[in-house]
Design a protein. Structure first.
Length: 92
C-alpha cells in the first residue's frame, strides 16, 4: 500500500465541501470506502466526508465544541478520547 498520498487545494480543482479529495485518496491508497474513516474537526469537513460516502469521526476543537455534529459516526472531545476509542475497539 502506498502510504504517501497528498491531496490539497493546490492539487484538487475544488476545496471542501467538495468530496473529491477523500475519494481520490482512497483510490490512490487502493482502499475501499468501507475500509476507511475520515477524521475531521469541522462541519464542512464532516459534510464533505459524508457526501463522499465515508464514515467520519469528529474531534472537537475549541472553536467547534459548540457544534452538535449529528451526522458524525462518533464525536470525541479530544484526540486522547479518540485514541482510546480506536484502541478499545481494535480499529488500530
Amino acid at each position: 500500500m502506498n502510504s504517501r498520498v497528498v491531496f490539497c487545494l493546490v492539487t484538487l480543482p475544488y476545496a471542501k465541501p467538495d468530496s473529491e479529495g477523500y475519494t481520490l485518496t482512497c483510490a490512490k491508497l487502493g482502499l475501499t470506502k468501507a475500509g476507511c474513516v475520515v477524521i475531521k474537526d469541522t462541519q464542512t469537513g464532516l459534510n464533505a466526508a459524508r457526501a463522499a460516502g465515508f464514515a467520519c469521526y469528529v474531534v472537537q476543537s475549541n472553536s467547534s465544541k459548540h457544534h452538535k455534529f449529528t451526522q458524525a459516526d462518533q464525536v470525541f472531545t479530544d484526540l486522547r478520547a479518540m485514541q482510546h476509542y480506536l484502541s478499545a475497539t481494535g480499529l488500530v
